[in-house]
Design a protein around this ligand. Structure first.
Ligand code: CR6
Length: 798
């Protein structure tokens, strides 16, 4: 474990600093201060403790001439910062005492912070965990993203249906960021390319300024912080003064309006592709600003561009920043005069690409027409890269970046990357065998695996204090920075008194959640029931439909035989659907309608309850995961690249019911097949089943439980039947994600879960073993893998 802070502040110090900031930064006397004022005063106090290590880390990296890692991502799903910073700085007891002395409620202060929701789901949250691990491991790194003014939309339910409202986290001061007006770059779009003395000169038709906003990300132990640098778009000219003077005020403000739309909103899709001009502009905005900044920093330290790959490693988080290949070549050729071949080699030795999905609808493509209009110089360079690669490899004619008048961003990213990685063992195999099979044959060493991970500080130490206390008491607190130490619990799993304590810790979390569900939703969740949780984006491949159909079938069975010795269960759902994804929205509607009927059925209410709290986000996950008994990871095999929620549940002692998909495969191998509820078709079987004509109808006709469930929906037992006509039709006649084919296996495995839960001693033992064997899923392990296999960087030691 890292040494604790050399000068850990006392509660008294903290109290004085909080009061100082309340008065001098917030401008309020304590007697007038609101929770918001106090939260800002506490945040500035904590921030002050991050600034020293932050400046020190930047200086140490420069003094050591260290190689830097740059993580380019359109999404950073950070959530709240204060609680995590308190944990990483190891301030909990002192802060708690200081706040008590001030008569403040710590939870109320923490809850006052809005989530920074600059991401959709797993990919964005992964980027946030990676930033934390990079700092915890003292790896000199920068995260580059966009400072969206509106993060992921707020979800509410009206008559059971999703309603979206804009999110506005920046409508209030954001105490963690530092604006750098001196780090601003011009980003061009459109215009023409001319050739002057054999060199291409791009004259953009439009441009905006990218301005840096930095947030320090403190690592575990509090002695290193890296920067998350988010770019905000600003106009090159604030006001069109001649138009303003002529009285045309709206037109005069146009330059500003145009620029600001660029960093205004996060696109609310993750696994569907939007193909919109604004999205392409956002991607280029991020990428160009980042690369200009990277080259500026590099050239401030070195004057020989051939050193670039030794000093810079750039990671592209999915294809969203894949324009980095052409952009880096453009900067090296057009601004620095390098020949194409040199620029290409330097770029390829510097850039790497992570693939996060195989879903064809999510693979980015841009029409050559749009690319040529928005980024004319890049379109030329893309063509050069493509021709060059064809000439160098003699690849088959159907392989390449540009075909059918489209630019394929996956191929572009692959061809321009030194390393390409998948995010779980199974996913990486599928990347090699499917999407990039042809390119893999040409470059057999390029694809590597780096199984995802999650930050144990946030996802265990911060979010699960009752389990944390037990772990610290049992094996010491070294696990926080070295999650493999959880193995030390193996022996204790046999010990009845340890198991009692573990059970008590879980129960405390369940009681707390149960109170919240009652007050916020009116759902009566018995803390002794199984808490069965499925939280993630709403998507057909994730199969929330399978889960709710199982609930209906179970309800029907209980109804028929109320004295059948049923294990009480509370099903909890959380998740948003992309605003245009109407099938996913229809599943949300169905879950809410089913919940309304089932929850109020006096015959079954003791055994089955359904809760769907709206507006699932990072903070809600922090409340739900520690209270879960059962983790639903039930995607169609071959579709979920990795999953990271699955890892968080395992670490927090929930057992998984799941398919052999993504990282579930590795979770099961590590925790032991006897401690995991496996069901369903394998990826290979699923592909074969899908190809079988009439598979859906055949599976439904073979399953009485499923027929009943579908029939009850069709009869209008849950809201209006015609709301669900399309959903039912698709399930009967198409069912691309094999809900019907996997239904019986899932239903049967759930009954096995019921029986297992009815034996608490054995259940808790299984939970203990899940925790003990979850160390592999720390994002520290993942980042060490990237550092070793992809970036070739080492930590900076003091
Ligand atoms: N939607 C994958 O689907 C994976 C994360 C992070 C996803 C998910 O299985 O855990 O990335 N893919 O690797 C994309 O966003 C494209 C996701 O979050």
């Amino acid at each position: 474990m890292r040494p604790t802070l050399t000068q850990a502040p006392s509660a008294q110090d903290l109290r004085e600093k909080i009061l100082f900031h309340l008065t001098h930064t917030q401008g309020r006397g304590p007697e007038f201060a609101t929770v918001f004022d106090w939260r800002l005063a506490v945040s500035y106090t904590v921030r002050d403790l991050m600034v020293g290590p932050w400046v020190g880390a930047i200086r140490a990296a420069r003094d050591h001439g260290a190689k830097r890692v740059y993580y380019l991502s359109m999404e950073f799903l950070i959530g709240r910062i204060l609680g995590d910073a308190i944990i990483n700085l190891q301030l909990e007891p002192a802060i708690a005492e200081a706040l008590t002395q001030l008569g403040l409620d710590e939870q109320e202060i923490l809850d006052n912070e809005p989530d920074a929701a600059l991401g959709n789901g797993g990919l964005g949250r992964l980027a946030a965990c990676f930033m934390e691990s990079l700092s915890s491991l003292r790896c000199p790194a920068y995260g580059y993203g966009i400072r969206y003014e509106h993060g992921l939309f707020r979800q509410s339910f009206e008559n059971g249906q999703q309603v979206e409202r804009p999110e506005d986290w920046l409508n209030q001061p954001h105490p963690w960021e530092f604006v750098r007006i001196d780090y601003s770059y011009r980003i061009g779009f459109k215009g023409q390319v001319e050739t002057v003395d054999g060199r291409a000169v791009w004259h953009p038709g439009e441009s905006v300024i990218a301005r840096a906003y930095d947030t320090p990300v403190i690592g575990w132990g509090g002695d290193w912080a890296n920067s998350l640098r988010l770019w905000g778009a600003h106009p090159t000219t604030l006001l069109d003064l001649p138009r303003f003077n002529a009285g045309d005020y709206a037109a005069a403000a146009e330059p500003e309006a145009l620029a600001r739309t660029l960093s205004r909103v996060l696109y609310p899709d993750d696994t569907t592709e939007s193909g919109k001009e604004l999205r392409l502009k956002q991607e280029y905005f991020l990428t160009s600003a980042a690369l200009q900044d990277i080259l500026r920093r590099f050239l401030a330290e070195h004057d020989d561009l051939s050193l670039l790959p030794q000093k810079v490693a750039i990671q592209l988080n999915d294809t969203h920043p894949a324009i980095a290949g052409p952009e880096l070549i453009r900067l090296l050729m057009d601004d620095h005069g390098l020949p194409f071949e040199r620029a290409r080699d330097l770029a390829r030795a510097t850039l790497n690409y992570t693939n996060h999905t195989l879903l064809p609808e999510a693979l980015e493509r841009w029409s050559t027409w749009l690319m040529g209009r928005i980024l004319p110089r890049h379109m030329q360079i893309i063509q050069m890269i493509d021709d060059d690669h064809r000439d160098a490899t003699g690849r088959p004619s159907h392989v390449g970046i540009v075909h059918n008048d489209q630019v394929h961003m996956g191929e572009l990213a692959f061809i321009m990357a030194g390393r390409v990685n998948g995010v779980s063992a199974l996913h990486t195999d599928l990347v090699r065998d499917t999407v990039f099979a042809d390119l893999h044959k040409l470059h057999p060493d390029r694809i590597v695996n780096q199984t995802n991970g999650v930050a144990p500080r946030r996802w265990l130490r911060m979010s699960n204090p009752s389990l944390t206390r037990l772990l610290d008491d049992t094996i010491g607190n070294g696990w926080t920075g070295d999650l493999d130490q959880l193995q030390g619990l193996e022996d204790h799993a046999q010990d009845a008194s340890f198991r009692d304590s573990l059970r008590a810790a879980k129960r405390a979390n369940k009681v707390w959640l149960s109170n919240g569900l009652l007050t916020k939703l009116g759902v009566k969740a018995d803390p002794d029931a199984i808490f069965d949780v499925q939280i993630k984006r709403m998507h057909e491949y994730k199969r929330q439909l399978l889960n709710i159909l199982e609930a209906i079938a179970l309800w029907h069975r209980i109804h028929d035989d109320p004295n059948g010795g049923w294990t009480p269960r509370v099903k909890i759902f959380g998740g948003k659907a992309a605003p245009g994804y109407w099938l996913a929205k229809s599943v949300i509607h169905l879950i809410n309608d089913v919940a309304a009927t089932i929850n109020s059925d006096p015959i079954t209410s003791e055994y089955l309850q359904i809760a769907y709290p709206p507006n699932y986000n990072v903070s809600m996950a922090e409340d739900l995961i520690p209270a879960a008994d059962l983790s639903e990871q039930i995607s169609t095999a071959g579709k979920e690249a990795s999953g990271t929620g699955n890892m968080k549940f395992t670490m927090n002692g929930a057992l998984t019911i799941g398919t052999l998909d993504g990282a579930n495969v590795e979770i099961r191998e590590l925790v032991g097949s006897e401690n995991f509820f496996l069901f369903g078709l394998t990826a290979e079987e699923a592909a074969a089943e899908k190809a079988r004509p009439g598979h859906a109808r055949a599976a439904i006709e073979a399953s009485e439980d499923l027929q009943v469930a579908l029939q009850l929906i069709a009869e209008g037992r849950f809201g209006q039947a015609d709301s669900y006509y399309s959903l039912l039709d698709r399930t009967w006649n198409d069912d691309p994600f094999l809900v019907a084919s996997d239904f019986d296996a899932y239903f049967a495995m759930q009954r096995q879960v019921d029986r297992a839960f009815a034996d608490p001693a054995s259940w808790v033992r299984m939970a203990a073993l899940n925790i003990a064997r979850s160390g592999f899923f720390s994002s520290d392990r993942t980042i060490r893998g990237y550092m070793r296999d992809i970036w070739d960087v080492r930590p900076v030691t003091a």
